[in-house]
Design a protein around this ligand. Structure first.
Ligand SMILES: C[S@@+](CC[C@H](N)C(=O)[O-])C[C@H]1O[C@@H](n2cnc3c(N)ncnc32)[C@H](O)[C@@H]1O
Length: 281
């Protein structure tokens, strides 16, 4: 069976969606956050530490853990993949709240994953850590019940979001995306970001809020992603976009882009083993 088609590499989409207002297009920025700059590892670490404090203070991890649990439902041994895990506290929170959950915390940045392996997740018997690009996930189809990405969607360009929607729904039954809500009023959170993470986090916070995707953009990109993906979007307090993506029920079985498993029901799904990952060093 042929691999799923790639969306056009030059896929373009205003962050506010295909019909974004003029002010929204002007509000958008293409500046880079420290977190995305390989030349600034120290500023990246400061921004991640600041974001971690901000997330704890605003109960962001708790909200994301609750949304993840709602997505895996009553599965006896839920298999969870966190993409763009950063400091890994969401993965750790899921493991603590759900004593049978198996969690893989992943990030595209090898330094971030090194820090994850050196911390409590590296020693946890139900956790794994992996270097994974959310837009080309090195895992078999249907390996997870839920793939979750928190506060990271805006780091991807539109073609990357389309690839994530396709890849996330290939490797997991449900792809859960949580990010900031797109509205200039959310810039009101920047003073708190400055308090929790100093100039590095305030810098990344302002850029993030100007880059977050609107619900209309996520829905439009799902329609262009090259796979039959259905996405529901909603607002959650205090200011989150929550997008839940699944493959359409009538869709043909998902196929891994590189090494496609043999056709037919996935044995991984039938026996529900611990997900196996090829990790990049
Ligand atoms: C703003 S941090 C969010 C960290 C964490 N999820 C949280 O809620 O605090 C964004 C993370 O996404 C990661 N990231 C960026 N692009 C990625 C990609 N293509 N695949 C996987 N992770 C990515 C970055 O390395 C960074 O750790």
């Amino acid at each position: 069976m042929a691999p799923e088609p790639d969306p056009a590499p030059a896929l373009d989409m205003p962050r506010g969606g295909p019909r974004a207002a003029r002010w929204d297009r002007l509000f958008e920025t293409d500046k880079e956050e420290y977190i995305d700059r390989p030349d600034s590892p120290a500023a990246c670490r400061r921004a991640l530490r600041g974001l971690d404090r901000f997330q704890r203070l605003t109960l962001g991890y708790r909200t994301c853990a609750r949304l993840t649990a709602a997505a895996f439902g009553p599965a006896p041994e839920p298999r969870v993949l966190e993409l763009g895990a950063g400091c890994g506290r969401l993965s750790y929170g899921i493991l603590r709240r759900h004593p049978t959950a198996l969690v893989t915390a992943s990030d595209v940045n090898p330094r971030v994953v090194e820090a994850l392996r050196a911390g409590p997740l590296g020693r946890h018997p139900r956790a794994g850590c992996a270097v994974l690009d959310a837009t080309a996930i090195d895992a078999p189809a249907d390996a997870y019940d839920v793939a979750v990405m928190a506060m990271s969607l805006h780091h991807l360009p539109p073609a990357g979001v389309a690839a994530l929607l396709r890849e996330g729904t290939r490797v997991a039954r449900t792809l859960l995306l949580v990010d900031g809500w797109r509205h200039p009023l959310c810039l009101g959170a920047v003073p708190l970001m400055f308090l929790t993470g100093g100039p590095a986090q305030a810098h990344d916070g302002v850029i993030s809020l100007r880059k977050v995707y609107g619900a209309a953009a996520v829905r439009a990109l799902a329609g262009m992603c090259g796979a039959p993906v259905r996405v529901d979007t909603r607002f959650a307090l205090p200011g989150y976009l929550v997008a839940t993506a699944t493959r359409a029920p009538h869709a043909p079985p998902a196929v891994a882009p590189a090494a496609a498993p043999a056709a037919g029901p996935s044995p991984a799904r039938a026996r529900r083993p611990r997900p196996r990952l090829r990790t990049r060093k």
